[in-house]
Design a protein around this ligand. Structure first.
Ligand SMILES: [Zn+2]
Length: 269
């Protein structure tokens, strides 16, 4: 009898321990708190084009001192998004930020610092949030004026843009800044062929992910420091008809979008 009681107590204790540990697992395990997925450039194009969940876009602009983007550049960014994505509002928020970063930027550092400094997740309730950073310093590849590193994160190198101006300032650094910023937005929208295969042959075979048309803002040279030697005079800052047709086909499910962080309900593909 004694022995039985002892065993029973031990069993009770054992059960209590199991219950505790399983409830602790439920509260704190990594499976319970799903990590934000960051995706690849283009991974939120359907979230942008379709308004069923995200009816607002907020562009978070984090800049270091002396690197603040021009208001004209930001207005153009808002305008280009509004012209392709169906939203009730497209706005930007400016934050003076210290990225606490020394030396040149690698893509991996850009991803990490982007995650540390962003105000909220890319998919935040009914808001879709793109994150554009304007730091001091350069990319490890000094030809790079701007880069998109995941589905919502862009970095623009304003110091390098200013140095890229040619002697007669045609194009001016102000125009380069605007074109580079819209170009990186284009990558967030999946241009060209980043998350889909266009039904029109307009991707430059020598520069994957870019347009073969030098009148498109998605032309490869836009984001390189040679831009003012390659494209003399006025720079394109708009998507061309093939870029716009790709976005329209993605929106209407005429072509399939891959690698999306979000799909509309009843997505046909
Ligand atoms: Zn590019």
């Amino acid at each position: 009898m004694r022995g039985y009681l002892k065993n029973s107590k031990a069993l009770t204790l054992f059960l209590v321990l199991i219950l505790c540990s399983s409830s602790l697992t439920g509260c704190f395990s990594s499976e319970e708190v799903l990590p934000e997925k960051y995706g690849i450039p283009g991974g939120l194009v359907l979230a942008c084009l379709n308004s069923s969940q995200f009816n607002e876009i907020i562009i978070e602009v984090d800049y270091e001192s002396d690197q603040k983007p021009r208001p004209e550049t930001l207005e153009m960014l808002v305008d280009r998004i509004s012209s392709v994505c169906e939203k009730q509002s497209v706005t930007y928020e400016l934050f003076l930020t210290d990225f606490e970063h020394e030396g040149k930027w690698t893509n991996e550092e850009i991803r990490l610092v982007g995650r540390e400094t962003r105000d909220a997740d890319a998919m935040n309730g009914n808001q879709l949030r793109f994150h554009f950073m304007f730091p001091s310093g350069k990319h490890t590849n000094e030809n790079v004026l701007g880069v998109a590193v995941d589905a919502s994160t862009v970095m623009i190198f304003v110091d390098n843009i200013k140095e890229s101006e040619n002697l007669i300032q045609r194009p001016s650094w102000e125009n380069i800044e605007a074109s580079v910023t819209v170009h990186e937005l284009g990558h967030l929208l999946g241009l060209v062929n980043l998350v889909y295969q266009s039904n029109v042959d307009h991707e430059d075979p020598d520069h994957p992910g870019h347009s073969s048309n030098d009148q498109s803002v998605m032309y490869w040279a836009i984001e390189t420091s040679d831009v003012s030697n390659i494209l003399f005079g006025t720079l394109p800052n708009e998507f061309d008809s093939d870029d716009l047709s790709d976005l329209s086909n993605l929106k209407n499910s005429q072509i399939q979008a891959f690698d999306q962080l979000w799909y509309p309900e009843e997505y046909l593909y």
